[in-house]
Design a protein around this ligand. Structure first.
Ligand code: ZN
Length: 429
């Protein structure tokens, strides 16, 4: 609560804004597809499944594109009105920290508090000792409903995990309280996904206990899961292991809600969630079996649907799609370097610019569209274009005017991608 309100109503307990059970992170780099994305939610709602859109765009993306946070809210609001969407919607200040949060305060009601950089930093003097004193229940054999074998946790292990994460938790508290001092109501997510090592379920339990101590009323948490969540392509990893970890995480969250009084709608958030087709049925089965909610962040690949639509439109649209590929290929090494840990491109499998220049719109669309079983699909081509959005941004109005001119065919691809390839696999049994 803002300090001036707190002074007037010192005893008031604010009921926090409640995040809906099933939510989907949507958005697009150029802020043209909000309505097409919302149409996918409408189609699912017509089948009786409510999935609430949360438009997100990270600070990083805004700086690449040169856009401002308010534009995300504005585009979402226009879409909500145009479609007549009656359910909830939110705007996510995605991956913010103390340096970047301010410009999101007026236009976001969902804050992804990113503390990954603080993992492994030294906590304050007696933070670990205080935590150990407060949490004897974390040591020994810890039984959690829904997990077959109890966790066998040693004192040394809790000290190690607390030492690794308490600085990050403290930072989450600092940012959370800062937002709280500026806004009457908001939804908080804590993200720890942009780091090298995944958090195991016992680690998640310790982190949740610490976040509860810190007073952070999180409604979603984004751990780093096992396996690779590469940009724009399917999950790479051991599906059985992912399934066990995801189910154990759900059980840990349910346990932490009752043990530590965290918000009872607390749920998992899956980042880099677009196109992770092989884990969608696992996620879907787990949430239907347990009654848990989930938040899945997609968004990044929406721009590829724009390229597919422009290619299908032919003419200048197809030409621009080809030009963007040619420019991306020219600078392939420099383009890939910042994304090394989240892409896997085999340059030998990339078509030459000359080959692509001879393609029809359908050939271009088939190579790019994420239909893995299609004989013309090329995941190397797809990944390179995924990170090539800055080239489109440089094209300026040449790009955005074509998006406007071909809004129908582009929008159709955006809606289909979200509904057929994402929603059906996650939310429909
Ligand atoms: Zn993320």
């Amino acid at each position: 609560m803002r300090p001036e309100l707190k002074a007037l109503f010192p005893d008031t307990v604010i009921i926090i804004m409640i995040l809906e059970k099933y939510t989907i992170g949507v958005g697009d780099r150029f802020a043209h597809q909000a309505e097409a994305q919302l149409e996918a939610c409408v189609k699912l709602a017509e089948r009786g499944i409510d999935v609430i859109p949360i438009w997100n765009k990270s600070n990083r993306e805004h700086s690449f594109i040169g856009s401002h946070p308010q534009s995300v809210f504005d585009a979402a609001q226009v879409a909500v009105e145009a479609v007549g969407w009656q359910l909830g919607w939110h705007v996510d200040a995605d991956h913010i920290n103390m340096d970047t949060v301010d410009k999101y305060l007026s236009c976001s009601d969902f804050f992804t508090i990113d503390v990954a950089d603080f993992i492994g930093q030294e906590p304050l003097d007696d933070a670990v000792a205080t935590f150990m004193q407060k949490h004897p229940e974390l040591i020994g054999s810890v039984s959690i409903e829904g997990i077959d074998l109890p966790f066998d946790i040693s004192r040394e292990y809790v000290i190690e995990v607390a030492g690794k994460y308490l600085a990050a938790v403290a930072e989450a508290g600092t940012i959370y309280r800062y937002i709280e001092s500026k806004k009457d109501d908001f939804i908080a997510e804590v993200s720890m996904d942009e780091t090298d090592t995944p958090q195991t379920p016992p680690e998640l339990l310790i982190i949740l206990a610490a976040l509860a101590d810190e007073g952070v009323r999180i409604q979603t948490i984004a751990p780093k899961f096992t396996g690779r969540f590469n940009k724009g392509v399917d999950y790479v990893g051991d599906l059985e292991q992912f399934e066990k970890e995801f189910n154990d995480d759900l059980a840990v969250i349910a346990h932490a809600i009752s043990a530590y009084g965290l918000p009872d709608n607390l749920k998992l958030s899956v980042h880099s969630g677009s196109d992770k087709f092989s884990i969608y049925p696992i996620i879907g089965n787990a949430i239907r079996r347990t009654g848990s909610g989930v938040h899945v962040k997609t968004a990044g690949t929406t721009w590829l649907e724009e390229l597919i639509g422009l290619a299908e439109a032919g003419g200048e649209g197809l030409q621009l799609a080809k030009d963007i590929y040619a420019k991306a290929l020219e600078n392939v090494d420099a383009m890939c370097e910042p994304y090394a840990s989240v892409i896997d491109i085999d340059s030998a499998k990339l078509p030459t610019a000359n080959e692509v220049s001879g393609w029809s719109g359908d050939q271009y669309a088939n190579a790019l569209r994420h239909v893995q079983e299609h004989p013309e699909f090329n995941q190397h081509f797809r990944q390179l274009l995924h990170i090539a959005f800055k080239i489109a941004a440089k094209e300026g109005t040449r790009y955005t005017d074509l998006l406007k001119a071909h809004a129908d065919i582009v929008g159709k691809n955006v809606t289909e991608n979200l509904y057929d390839r994402h929603f059906k696999r996650i939310f429909i049994a």
